[in-house]
Design a binder for this molecule. Structure first.
Ligand SMILES: N[C@@H](CCC(=O)N[C@@H](CS)C(=O)NCC(=O)O)C(=O)O
Length: 98
């Protein structure tokens, strides 16, 4: 799976936490090890040139919006939004193989 994030998955002082970190932590807590795709940019700025990155373009293709975080599953399913990604991770924990 691929997790499209902004500049990283570091904590920020934002109330509720950094959305990209929240999504990443929910996935790792559920047993996943997502490929983190740093997409940079900032969607309050115009797409060109500020969000003209492969990650932002893929996020927009998948969800219609360049806003991250976006999770792309191996089957191509896309889930946009940190809460939606966390909900999906909790509902679909990784299978543990003994
Ligand atoms: N409601 C969204 C908000 C996402 C959000 O605010 N993402 C941050 C990046 S962590 C942001 O700056 N989004 C605008 C952007 O992608 O540039 C969520 O929780 O997923």
């Amino acid at each position: 799976m691929k997790l499209y994030v902004c500049w990283g998955t570091f904590p920020t002082p934002r109330p509720g936490g950094h959305p990209c970190a929240n999504a990443y932590n929910a996935l790792t807590d559920a047993g996943y090890d997502p490929d983190v795709i740093r997409s940079y940019g900032w969607t309050v700025l115009p797409d060109k040139p500020f969000n003209d990155t492969a990650g932002r373009k893929r996020a927009k293709e998948l969800t219609g919006s360049a806003t991250v975080p976006v999770l792309e599953l191996d089957d191509g399913t896309a889930i946009g939004g940190s809460k939606e990604i966390a909900d999906w991770a909790r509902a679909n924990p990784a299978t543990v193989t003994a």
